[in-house]
Every structure is written in C-alpha cells, then in structure tokens.
Write a protein that binds this ligand. Structure first.
Ligand code: A3P
Length: 249
C-alpha cells in the first residue's frame, strides 16, 4: 500500500552517515570480530565491517573521510566500528576524546597468555620462518625474563594500556567483555554489551548455536539466507602447555 511505501522512503531519506557512538577498541585476538558480528544482528546497530584504523593510522585523512566510511544509519541507531589496535596505540585515547568525549568504548579481554599464543599462531601462519614462541618471548630463558616489547606480549599488558585511556575517559565509559565467556556464554556477554549501549536485549540465546567442528558459538543463519555466518576457522597449532606454564612462572 501507498502508506507503507511513503514510510519506507522517508526512513531511507533520513538515514545518514554519522560518526560512531561506540567503538570496539581492542584487543587483537580477544574475540573482537565475533563480538562485532554478533552485535550486527541488532536492528539498532549499524557497524562498519572493515577496520578503518582512523584514530591510530589514518587520522590525517580527517573526520570527513572517517564519517564517509560509516554505514548509513537512522536516527536512534548506534553506529560502531572496531579497530583492535586502538587499545595499544598511545595517540588514540586523546584523539578520540577530542573527537567525541561521550563515545562508548568496548574492550574484549582474554587471558593474556592465551592471547599471546593466539597472536603468535596467526603471525607464524603468515611468516612460517620466524623463531619459536619461547625464543621470542624470553630475553633470558633461565631467569624467565620476558621481552615485554615483543608485540604478542606487549598487547597483553592490559593495565598499562588502560592507564592511558583513564587519563581521558572515566572507567564507567569503558565496558570490558570477558573473552572466554564470549565463547562459553555469548548471549550473556552480548546481553551486557546491549545494556551498556542502552539497547534492548534483542540478541539472545536463540541466535547462537555451538559449532563443534569450529569449537565456537556461531550465529544461526537467518531464514532463507545462504550466506555462511561463521568466520571462525578451526584451531591451528598450539604452543605446548609446558611453555605456557614456564611463561606464567
Ligand atoms: P583464536 O585464533 O585463538 O581461536 P579477534 O577477532 O579479536 O582477532 O579474535 C580472534 C579470536 O576470537 C579467536 O582466537 C577466538 O578465540 C575468539 N573468538 C571468540 N568467540 C569466537 C567465535 N564465536 N568465533 C570465532 N572466534 C571467536
């Protein structure tokens, strides 16, 4: 009917590109892709799929460029992007604060040792000739002194990075997602993110199923869709538990 058409074209017309209201700022290998894909199910969220790296690398392109990257959103919809490198980039908190001091910040954290192993596994899959995890992680194997500047370990120094954010933002403006629970109870973790964003809890248990082959919760396919929903790959090689123990010690 005419009235429906008029309505939808008006909605279309009022959709515009706006700067994000919320950011997933980290951490790499924490589960940021999974979280973003889960949140995209929410009708009040419009999220950019790619990582724009605006505040850490491309700030010189200006806000006009950044805004033009965003998906169109209706009034009331929350615009989001994720760039996990923001969390560890020293210039980023100040830049975000200058741009929009009320922005909501989300960090997915995961056991830093598991995170480091996951990071290394990804690096070695692209550059197979690099030295072993142990030889990169330790400055001195016998004293157990680690190389905290090696990126897989450096990223995991959460408290150190967080300190820089707290120079600009109150803790209440930063929501921490429990990376392990995002796997064991995705609906619970995503529920808390919806609360934090001031949204109705629309994404719930019924949207997930546990994919045993992948070892991860995945999104149920929307009815009639042939698009695969899983971006997760089965696990690659693992660092032996003995190494992880010595690393912790
Ligand atoms: P692994 O490579 O160790 O499995 P990010 O997207 O932030 O880089 O994080 C990647 C990690 O997300 C994966 O690390 C995986 O553990 C985690 N993850 C959490 N929930 C997931 C899900 N539902 N599907 C796939 N990966 C998920």
């Amino acid at each position: 009917p005419d009235s429906v058409d008029a309505n939808s074209s008006e909605k279309e017309w009022s959709a515009s590109r706006r700067l994000p209201h919320a950011l997933i700022i980290g951490v790499k290998k924490g589960g940021t892709r999974a979280l973003l894909e889960f949140l995209r199910l929410h009708p009040d969220i419009r999220a950019l799929g790619a990582e724009p790296h605006f505040f850490d690398r491309l700030f010189a392109r200006g806000l006009g460029w950044y805004r033009s990257m965003m998906p169109k959103a209706l009034t009331g919809q929350i615009v989001m992007e994720k760039t996990p490198r923001y969390f560890v980039s020293p210039e980023t908190p100040g830049r975000i604060h200058t741009t929009s001091r009320d922005i909501k910040l989300i960090v997915v954290v995961r056991d830093p040792v598991t995170r480091a192993v996951s990071d290394y596994t990804q690096i070695i899959s692209k550059t197979p000739d690099i030295p072993s995890f142990e030889s990169l992680a330790f400055r001195n194997r016998s004293t157990g002194q680690i190389d905290s500047l090696w990126s897989p370990l450096y990223i995991g120094l959460y408290a150190r990075h967080l300190q820089r954010w707290l120079d600009y933002f109150p803790l209440a403006q930063i929501h921490f997602v429990h990376g392990e629970r995002l796997i064991s109870d995705p609906a619970g973790e995503v529920g808390r993110v919806q609360d934090f964003l001031g949204l109705q809890r629309i994404i719930t248990d019924k949207h997930f199923y546990f994919n045993k082959t992948k070892g991860f919760p995945c999104l149920k396919k929307p009815e009639g869709s042939s698009r695969p929903t899983a971006w997760a790959k089965p696990k690659a090689g693992r660092i032996p538990e003995s190494t992880r123990r010595s690393f912790r010690a």
